[in-house]
Design a protein around this ligand. Structure first.
Ligand code: NZQ
Ligand code: ZN
Length: 388
């Protein structure tokens, strides 16, 4: 049964290889000063920066440069961006990059007109914004997080060894996002596959919970099949536009609030992965890949029917003569084969974590209770040890 819910997604999307031109339609709706947010320079190498700046200039905008958003944006960078926006009276925060730029723009958006310390207010006390929010827009260059059409914003605090996400309300979602699959073609292969696993795991996080029959799980299965299919093509030939365009679109639908409607969700792989990220600063998708199999093998007995369904519906395992347990195990083995084939990092050692980090990672792991098993501290430690 589907539970009760409301559904509203205010982000307008422009998708396709000519989608950047629609920036011209959107810019007149906002004030003169645009804070141009980007990362470590990839957009200068692949020409996206020049194309965006030309459109901003032809629309008479004043550009406030805000470069240097690092993967896993930090609290120090957030504070810098807030000051820049205050000093320049920014009217629009335009993120050009991956999830890190987009998440960072959202964190700045809720902090510019707020007197409290943003980290304490939003990431420790989990308060909602009670101040004017500066509008955010996104030109996406990497598929994975879904940040282009959701209200999530993840910030890392290295001093406190914490990486925490806040899912804000509709009013923090990008007003519009431009998704041109061609913009993702310059992505290094390692980042591409990390993004692919991030997409797949977002779907898993919303799929592995609950026992009821609901439409969201069927949509999730279709999305998972699409990601697996396109990922194999893209891993062979990263320049395959068809595969990359499908991956980009699935990423958006994997985490734009649709497939969580009317059901419970898990999100423990993300809690473990974020804790690994807080200690290692590793690539987000890889942190998820490194902890996933030990986690899913631990919780599988508590949700065996769903894991059996995952095997037959996503991986097309033949159910003939097999018990649910056998099917469930085969499904996870199929997933493991696929992950290895893509070339994902499958352990936290290769991400820079050692046995001596386990306690700190366990300390940083937030325990959620929506999945098939609520983990105790010992189980978190066990999963992390099995992930080494
Ligand atoms: O900084 P530049 O030079 O642009 O390089 C980036 C960065 O090094 C590079 N890149 C991006 N597009 C490129 C490109 N390089 C060449 N060509 C391109 N077209 O890729 C690297 C990674 O970028 P980043 O934005 O960090 O990756 P991603 O999109 O995976 O975002 C990761 C962040 O998003 C958070 C993660 O925790 C992490 O902090 N998440 C946000 C979520 C949300 N908003 O809902 C959910 C996710 O689960 C995730 O937690
Ligand atoms: Zn993720």
């Amino acid at each position: 049964m589907l539970g009760n819910f409301s559904y509203h997604n205010p982000t307008k999307l422009y998708f396709g290889d000519d989608s950047l031109k629609y920036l011209n339609d959107e810019l007149p709706k906002y004030g003169k000063t645009v804070q141009l947010i980007y990362g470590g320079g990839s957009i200068k190498k692949n020409g996206i920066y020049d194309a965006v700046v030309e459109i901003l200039k032809s629309n008479g905008k004043t550009i406030v440069e805000d470069p240097g958003v690092m993967p896993n944006p930090t609290v120090e960078k957030l504070n810098e961006g807030v000051k820049l926006a205050r000093d320049n009276k920014t009217d629009l925060l335009l993120a050009v990059g991956g999830g890190s730029c987009c998440d960072y723009a959202k964190a700045v958006s809720v902090s510019v007109n707020c007197e409290d310390d943003p980290w304490d207010k939003y990431y420790i006390r989990f308060e909602e914004p009670d101040c004017e929010i500066v509008p955010v827009a996104c030109i996406l260059t990497m598929s994975g997080t879904g940040s282009e059409m959701n209200a999530g914003s993840v910030i890392t605090n290295h001093t406190q060894k914490l990486k925490i996400g806040h899912v804000f309300g509709d009013n923090v979602m990008p007003k519009f996002s431009i998704l041109n699959p061609k913009f993702t073609l310059s992505l290094p292969k390692r980042q591409m596959i990390a993004g692919i696993y991030d997409i797949f795991n977002h779907i898993c996080e919303q799929y592995f919970s609950g026992e009821d029959d609901n439409t969201s799980d069927y949509i999730a299965e279709a999305l998972m099949r699409s990601v697996v299919h396109s990922s194999i093509i893209a891993a062979e030939n990263p320049q395959d536009y068809e595969a990359r365009s499908n991956i980009m679109w699935t990423a958006t639908w994997a985490l734009n609030t649709l497939i969580s409607r009317g059901k419970t969700t898990d999100w423990m792989v993300h809690m473990l992965g974020q804790a690994v990220g807080a200690i290692t600063d590793a690539t987000h998708g890889m942190t998820l890949a490194a902890v996933s199999l030990p986690y899913y093998r631990m919780i599988m007995p508590f949700g065996v029917k769903k894991f059996a369904r995952f095997a037959t519906e996503v991986w097309r395992v033949d159910p003939d003569g097999k018990s649910d347990e056998q099917l469930a195990q085969e499904g996870l083995s199929e997933m493991e084969n696929w992950m290895n084939k893509l070339g994902l990092t499958m352990n936290i050692t290769d991400l820079g974590a050692t046995e001596s980090d386990i306690e700190a990672i366990a300390d940083a792991t937030i325990i959620l209770d929506g999945g098939y098993k609520v983990l105790g501290r010992d189980e978190v430690v066990q999963i992390l040890k099995e992930s080494l």
